[in-house]
Ligand binder design. Structure first.
Ligand code: A3P
Length: 286
């Protein structure tokens, strides 16, 4: 009896200690579903975008990719679970999550629409060929970490002398195919396309466009960014604290024979034109 009394006291105390260390700062609550979702595209620069957006004091960003609308096991848990994945936010803050796989998942647009038809969607895209190389690089390193082999890029990209249509990463770069699913539910007014190549080259103008689209007070400014020569990318400065993105962002891509690159540019030419027509805007893609 004595032992169990001590245990109960102990565990009660521990629970209290544990809970108190996790308490959010006063007034910040986890009660807001996202008013903004970064829907993709995978390897488009989604991490850079959400980090840069959270420089704004009116934005609170979820740390992890939530995969609520695309993973059945998560979706079945319902909206209360989704809410529990949101960041703590002040009442006047907008909350945002990013899950790059949403863009290419056919069932996601309707599910997001059912939750909130007025939500604002951010889509960050890169030159489709560059995105394929980035996609390959990510899988290559993931497999390397697991001590698994991966085929050289030429083998993945080309089959019997032609572009290998079975390579999934190519499909993810057929932006018009996926975009038409979204436009069945959301008007272009609800979707802002961020130019991922420009975000790398010069992030401030892209972020000012994002601020305007979200109707945020103009706040992000030149002092929030500095170019890190070692990394070869812009890094962030937030209240004097400097930070770059993780080393897995901005890795060198494999060399691809010029003839194969030409095939890829040709392959994407028509799909790109269709995408430009669909969104009423052109991008500087090869
Ligand atoms: P690479 O690693 O192929 O260069 P995502 O976050 O969607 O996975 O996108 C990753 C890509 O973000 C990187 O692809 C990189 O090019 C791009 N990126 C954009 N801005 C960046 C920044 N400031 N620092 C590092 N990577 C950035």
């Amino acid at each position: 009896q004595y032992t169990s009394f001590v245990l109960v006291t102990c565990s009660a105390t521990l629970t209290t200690c544990f809970r108190s260390s996790l308490l959010p700062p006063p007034l910040r609550l986890r009660t807001r579903l996202p008013q903004i979702i970064i829907i993709g595209v995978r390897k488009g620069g989604t991490r850079a975008l959400i980090e840069m957006l959270s420089l704004h004091s009116s934005v609170a960003a979820a740390q992890n990719e939530v995969h609520f609308f695309d993973w059945e096991s998560h979706y079945q848990k319902g909206i209360p679970w989704y809410l529990s994945q949101m960041p703590y936010a002040y009442p006047d803050q907008l909350t945002v999550e990013k899950t790059p796989a949403y863009f290419t998942s056919g069932k996601v647009p309707k599910r997001i629409y059912d939750m909130n038809p007025d939500i604002k969607l951010l889509l960050i895209l890169r030159d489709p060929t560059e995105r394929v190389l980035s996609d390959y690089t990510q899988v290559f390193y993931n497999r390397l970490q697991k001590h698994k082999r991966y085929q050289p890029i030429e083998y993945v990209l080309v089959k019997d002398g032609d572009i290998n249509l079975g390579y999934k990463a190519l499909n993810r770069s057929l932006y018009y195919v996926h975009m038409q699913n979204w436009l069945q539910y959301f008007p272009m007014d609800s979707i802002h396309v961020v130019d991922g190549d420009e975000l790398i080259r010069d992030p401030l103008p892209e972020m000012k466009r994002v601020e305007r689209f979200l109707k945020l007070a103009p706040q992000i400014n030149a002092s929030n960014f500095y170019f890190n020569k070692t990394k070869g990318f812009y890094c962030l400065r937030d209240h004097g604290k400097e930070r770059c993105l993780h080393d897995s962002k901005g890795r060198a891509h494999p060399h691809v024979a010029p003839a194969i690159l030409q095939k890829l540019y040709k392959f994407f030419h028509e799909p790109n034109q269709k995408f430009f027509q669909m969104v009423g805007r052109t991008f500087n893609w090869k």
